[in-house]
Structure formats: C-alpha cells, structure tokens
Design a protein around this ligand. Structure first.
Ligand code: AMP
Ligand code: MG
Length: 487
C-alpha cells in the first residue's frame, strides 16, 4: 500500500462534497518531500520521491484507497457572506491514520478545477506553494497547531496571473479541512439534518470527550472557542499575521490553515498588514483576536438550529457561551506573555509590564523576534548561539529592564532561561528570506535556498550556529511590505 487511506468524510451525504479527480499535468517534477511527516503518516518517503509518488502528488495517478473529493463550504470573505465557495483548486485524496491513532487529510492544492472553481483555473503558482510549505512547516516547528506540508511538485505547466508563472501542487496535511464555512454552508441551506451530521462527525473526529455532552453542538462551540483563542494567542506571541481570516479559512480543529498572504512581522507595529488585498486593514496584526471572535459569532449563529429547535431558546443558550471568547483569549494571551517574559507565577502587574515592553518595542521600532530572544538571553548566561550581535536594547529600555529583573527576583524559577529560550524563537521565516527562496525558484528553477530554509527552520528555538544569519532582520532594501494571495 502506498498511502494507507481510511476515509470517513465521504461517508457523509454527498451534498457535503463533489467527487472530483485531479486534472493531470504534463511534466511533474519533485520539489521536496517532508520525510519526517511522510514516515509519521505511514508513507514511505522514498516511494513519495519516486516517479510514482510524484505522479500522485501531481494528480496524474490516483493511489489505491483514495476517494478524491472537493469539499463544499460557504464563508464570510472580508465580512461579506458567500453562500457557495468550496475547494476550487484543492482535492482531498482521503484520510490516513498515524501510529498514535490521529487522523489526517491528505489534500492536493492546485490540482485542477472543481465544481467550486467559479472563474478560477484550479491551479497554484509556484511562489505561494513554496510560501505555504515553508511557513506551515515553520509554524509546526514553532509549536503552533497548523496544516502541514507533505510534498510539493512543479507541474511543468504555466499559470497565468498578472504574469506567467510556473505551476505547482502542494500536498497539504491537516487533521481535517472542516471550516466555520462548512457549518455556514449547511445553515444557509437550512439543512438542519446536515448540521446534525456534521456536528457528530466533528465531535467523533476531534473532540470525542464531548460525545456525551448534554448539548453536543453547544459543547462543540465552546471547545472551538477555546481552541481558536489558544491558536490566535500563539500567533500573537510570534508576530504572525494570517492575512485572510475569512470564516472559510478557520478550521474547527483549531489548526492554522490557508497560508496565502501571511507573514511574520519584523519591526513591531500592531497595525501591520501585509496582504495586498486587505485595503482596510481588517486583518491587521492587532485585529486578529477580534476577528476570530467575529468569525466565531458566525459559527455560533450557524449552529443555532442544532443547539435548540426553538430559535429564542437557542440564542439564549448560546449567547453566554459565545461571550466566553474574550476571556479565553485574554487568559491564553497573558499565559503566553508570562512564558515569554520568564514568569512562572501570576502577579497583578504582569499585564502592565508586558504592555510597557510592547509599547517600547513599538516606539523604538524594534524587531519583535530579536527583542524577545535577547531578553531570554539576558535571563542567564549568554548562550553560544546569541543574537547579541544583531540586537541590543537601546537605553530607553533601562527602566523597564530593572522592573522586569525585580519582578523575576520576586519568584523562584530555576528554569527561567531554559523556558524563555523555548518560548522566544531565534528563527522565524523572515519575509525577505521567503521571498528570496520564491524568487530564485521562480526565475531560475533554483531550489537551493528554499531547501536550506526548510532544513534550518526545523529548529527555531535551538538552532545551528550557521542559522544565525537567517535571524537578521531585513536590510532597508530587503524589506517586504506586501504579500500576495497568488490565487
Ligand atoms: P482563499 O482566499 O485561498 O481561501 O480562496 C477562497 C476561495 O477561492 C476558495 O473557495 C478557493 O478554493 C477559491 N480559489 C482560490 N484560488 C483559486 C483558483 N486558482 N482556482 C479556483 N478556485 C480558487
Ligand atoms: Mg481558503
């Protein structure tokens, strides 16, 4: 067996998806295989890198046990509801179960048109495929729940955008692809039976401990609120900007999905927006928690018919649950900040201490990642691989630092520095490095830099000395101010 499929989503009624085969491409060629992930999924990485494996990733060959579908969903895009979206360029081959029993979708992104393609060509240009590969794997290494990248291939066919670009396919892995928009699709169709089946499927698959809840749909909502609060807090801890937090791009599993115009901040500025299509700054860094709340309100709304058949009773039961989100987020956020500042206990002034630090970063235009990493280094002996040559705190931080040191002395925390070094990465996928990988691959078919970034970003907290060069912020002429969806 080449990929050990055990499909379940196809057992849901066929109004949840359309059976759809990938469209073959002319000349598939391997870019990269994620060896560790392949092994984890029970897939032989050597087979995956062989002509036969490459043909599967390219969509030219359907592996035994696959049951390819495009899933249907709706969604709010930049605030407006679209009742009919769906996988317009992604085809779900099926599900595999790893040795620990965890289930994963294997999906081909860029595999050709589907009934949901609307005006799109069903294809993906090379650049966005490389960005998603790099950033999703970096997020995983950073400890953020995320879809992953199993392999990528070029298609040998051009993709026409503003310019002609090489085409590529990404094999994406996620614990499911069930989105807030999936629930919204059924709600918009007034398909209460479908909603019920979906809730059961999601609970069975992701949250089996909720099976015996008094009100499963409400319990599911509460759990998704917690998962998303925790997820977005992790983004905020790393300076990650998703860029397109539409409801169709938020998974009920609580994993990050749909790496389009995403980027990590260099200089700390909470108003940062990278996406070229986000004109109003709706998805700016500082708006992410609020937008998550907005999206979850849309989820709550869509679940109402299965929370209670009586609409007033449903609203009454749901409102107090939905209102928990800000608290869930603030708790997760503050806990994350305490870890970053090396604080083991909780004290009332911690929030002020954190805010003052962030304000200083903003007013001094400091690099978010390096400032926190340098702080971790200052909590003990300077480690062998140090960012001291890249960043030192300006004098304006002296008063803040003495307050922080005093706060640290007030508690006993023998593992402070070790914990801080594990919460404050030295390496993130810097935009200018990602852009360099994309540019070299797109113009010269040269994947050297892409592969090097993939190899080094696996260790963001305890990197090799040679990775230090990647920790540097961009030179003025390297600053990336926009990223493109590339659809
Ligand atoms: P996204 O902004 O990437 O989340 O995409 C929003 C919707 O547009 C999804 O339904 C996608 O499947 C669809 N889409 C994006 N790019 C393409 C494309 N090139 N061809 C067809 N559908 C697409
Ligand atoms: Mg999407």
């Amino acid at each position: 067996m080449t990929m050990p499929f055990q499909n379940t989503y196809v057992n849901l009624p066929d109004r949840f998806y359309s059976r759809q085969l990938p469209t073959p491409v002319s000349e598939p060629a391997l870019i990269r295989v994620n060896t560790a992930l392949a092994r984890r999924l029970g897939i032989d990485p050597d087979w995956l890198a062989s002509d036969e494996g490459v043909a599967v990733i390219a969509g030219n060959r359907i592996p035994e046990g696959a049951d390819p579908i495009a899933t249907a969903y709706a969604g709010h895009q930049f605030g407006s509801f679209n009742p009919q979206l769906g996988d317009g360029r992604a085809i779900l081959l099926g599900e595999v179960v790893d040795a620990s029993g965890a289930r994963f979708d294997i999906q081909l992104k860029g595999a050709g048109q589907t009934p949901y393609s609307r005006m799109g060509d069903g294809r993906a240009p090379l650049g966005p495929v490389l960005r998603e590969y790099l950033v999703s794997e970096a997020m995983h290494a950073l400890g953020v729940p995320t879809s992953r990248s199993l392999a990528a291939v070029t298609t040998g066919e051009p993709v026409y955008r503003e310019e002609t670009l090489p085409g590529a396919v990404l094999a994406r892995v996620a614990s499911s692809h069930i989105r807030i928009g999936t629930v919204q699709l059924l709600a918009a169709r007034k398909d209460t039976e479908g909603l019920q089946l979906l809730v059961e499927h999601v609970i069975e698959r992701h949250y089996p401990d909720l099976k015996d809840s008094e009100n499963p749909a409400l319990a599911l909502l509460d759990r998704v609120l917690q998962q998303q609060a925790s997820l977005v807090a992790k983004w905020q801890m790393l300076g990650f900007i998703h860029g397109v937090m539409n409801t169709d791009n938020m998974l009920l599993s609580g994993e990050t999905i749909d790496y389009g115009p995403c980027a990590f901040m260099d200089t700390y500025d909470p108003a940062t927006v990278y996406s070229s299509i986000d004109h109003g700054g709706r998805y700016a860094f500082r708006n992410q928690p609020g937008i998550a709340n907005w999206n979850l309100a849309a989820l709550a709304q869509a679940l109402l018919p299965v929370i209670d058949a009586n609409q007033d009773a449903a609203v009454e039961a749901t409102r107090p649950v939905l209102e928990r989100f800000p608290g869930y987020f603030l708790d997760a956020n503050l806990a994350g900040l305490r870890r970053k500042f090396g604080l083991a206990t909780e004290q009332e002034d911690d929030e002020v201490l954190a805010k003052d630090f962030l304000d200083l970063l903003e007013s001094t235009g400091s690099d978010f990642t390096l400032a926190f990493r340098r702080l971790a280094e200052l909590a003990g002996d300077t480690p062998a691989v140090s960012v001291a040559g890249l960043f030192e705190f300006p004098a304006g931080f002296d008063e803040w630092r003495s307050r922080w040191e005093q706060r640290c002395r007030a508690e006993d925390h023998p593992d402070r520095q070790a914990n801080m070094l594990e919460s404050n990465p030295l390496l993130i996928p810097r935009n200018h490095q990602v852009e360099r990988a994309i540019a070299e691959a797109t113009s010269n078919q040269d994947f050297t830099w892409f592969n090097r970034l993939c190899d080094l970003l696996v260790n963001p907290y305890h990197p090799d000395p040679e990775a230090l060069a990647l920790a540097a912020p961009p030179q003025p002429d390297e600053v990336v101010s926009q990223t493109f969806c590339g659809t």
